[in-house]
Design a protein around this ligand. Sequence first.
Ligand SMILES: NC(=O)c1ccc[n+]([C@@H]2O[C@H](COP(=O)([O-])OP(=O)(O)OC[C@H]3O[C@@H](n4cnc5c(N)ncnc54)[C@H](OP(=O)(O)O)[C@@H]3O)[C@@H](O)[C@H]2O)c1
Length: 260
Amino acid sequence: MDLRLSGRRALVTGASKGIGLAVAEELAAEGVDVAVCARDAAEVESAARRLRATGRRIHAQVADVTDPAQVEDLVQRSAEALGGIDILVNNAGAAHPGNFESLTDDDWRADLDVKLFSQIRCTRAALPHLRASVAARVININSVYARYPDPSFFATTVNRAACLNLSKALAREFGGDCILVNSVNIGFVVTPQWENIRRRRAPDSTQEDFFAELAKDEVPLGRFGTVDEVSGLVVFLASDRASYLTGTSIDVAGGMGKYV
Ligand SMILES: NC(=O)c1ccc[n+]([C@@H]2O[C@H](COP(=O)([O-])OP(=O)(O)OC[C@H]3O[C@@H](n4cnc5c(N)ncnc54)[C@H](OP(=O)(O)O)[C@@H]3O)[C@@H](O)[C@H]2O)c1
């Protein structure tokens, strides 16, 4: 399938590793010039080296998406470096385990900042560039927990539901500007953040056993997903082949989530 993405320009937040890096790499492989950010400078540089090997124009910047000034600067410098922005992938984020009684107000605020407000601010800052694009896309990386409440990921559950509504409302508001907005909801996908969760929850278990145990209870396909199983869908949504898709919410979760 020719995705006709060559020459487009994308900003992927949180792309130094995990899902974001896989998305940035697959976009670059399709001929897209890519801007990426994350907070850890060494990891940003290492991702930039990998991405430059594709031969595309790459802008890599240290930026924290919870800081409004850094978001403005990120979007502005990315657009300058690439000559515009056609595709925004709001991916930066982190799991915030914890049940209702263990979460403090500060935990809730921090989780809202990194999940909901990052998507709001990045989208707002990118709007002028998206309006100028011939094929504007916003793809929000969300979680199955948005529709499948899990009290052990209480903040994620509540805040991702808001992200899901943000995507749908943006799709409705900006359809007239031909800015297509979709949500990709992740179940369990092997990335560095899961290793952190395993260390906290089951330090004596191997990664393999920990993942197998979780997947056994929750995932009909019986396994964790891989980052390339997410990036393929994101790149498709970014492409011309997805030109009549907006306001959708697609799970990449091996069937996880007991809802229709
Ligand atoms: N993997 C899963 O099973 C799963 C499930 C549901 C939802 N998700 C969502 O999918 C997205 C990607 O997750 P992942 O599993 O790939 O996580 P990951 O491996 O931990 O990677 C997260 C990326 O985001 C960056 N990041 C985190 N906080 C940031 C901030 N405040 N500002 C800028 N960059 C930031 C990280 O770099 P720095 O730390 O250096 O900033 C890193 O590049 C997240 O939004 C996550 O919530 C993942």
